[in-house]
Design a protein around this ligand. Structure first.
Ligand code: ZN
Length: 242
């Protein structure tokens, strides 16, 4: 369920979900630039994304031009099949999603996965709980990929996609709205999921040191409230004992 659609100037809406325990539902960014709309992440199910589109419908200037995935985790990606637009993401995001894209995914698929990898149980049960119908569901693979950095130029807004070495996932991508001074962080500031922890001996301190603080006024985490620069710095200091 949507808690709030927050407008940041004319060109950005942040879709903030209700906080429901046990349901991973990330923030979604909707960038509107004259005749183009770009989604930053897609939410955890096509149904949720359809409810977002229904709320935004009359305010969008036209079809969605691009979707950007901040990383490959299901709660950011599974909503994409409600849209038909090219997906831009880091090349490892493509690699991470590819095995899943060719599978027939339904309830029995996840039940089988739980038997094979019991550590994933909580995550797979969450997927099953938010999806009302697997029949039309598909994984939408990125069709435009990048390695370190790329720019997406819209008429009144430039999006800079920056790959960061984040402990959370190897494909973590930040999205900066250059003119607006907004940075979407995806899940880069969170610890990795339990089942992936041993693979990520990377440092938050190092990653945080690379952020473009001076150019950013608003930091939008994958989950939770957007923060101004001072609040963000303070939060990171406490969280990571910097
Ligand atoms: Zn994640």
């Amino acid at each position: 369920m949507i808690r709030e659609i927050r407008a940041i100037g004319d060109s950005l809406r942040i879709i903030i979900p209700e906080n429901v325990p046990g349901v991973d539902q990330p923030n979604i960014g909707v960038v509107v630039s004259e005749d183009q709309t770009v989604f930053i992440d897609c939410g955890n199910s096509p149904n949720y994304l359809r409810s977002v589109l229904a709320e935004l419908d009359s305010t969008l200037p036209g079809p969605i031009s691009y979707i950007i995935y901040t990383h490959h985790h299901w709660d950011h990606v599974f909503g994409a099949s409600a849209l038909s637009a090219p997906v831009v993401a880091h090349e490892r995001c493509y690699q991470n999603l590819t095995p899943l894209a060719s599978a027939k995914i339904d309830r029995s698929f996840w039940e089988k996965e739980i038997r094979r990898h019991p550590l994933f149980e909580q995550s797979h049960r969450a997927k099953m709980s938010v999806m009302d119908n697997w029949e039309d569901f598909r994984i939408v693979l990125p069709t435009i990929t990048f390695q370190k950095r790329m720019e997406l130029r819209l008429r009144s807004c430039t999006l800079e996609l920056i790959h960061v070495e984040a402990p959370h996932s190897d494909d973590s991508t930040l999205v900066r709205l250059i003119e607006q001074g907004v940075l979407f962080l995806g899940d880069a500031i969170y610890h990795p999921p339990v089942y992936a922890q041993e693979h990520r001996p990377l440092s938050f301190r190092k990653m945080l040191a690379t952020l473009p603080y001076k150019e950013v006024n608003l930091f939008v985490p994958g989950h939770g409230e957007p923060m101004n620069r001072d609040d963000f710095r303070e939060r990171m200091k406490i969280k990571f004992r910097l």
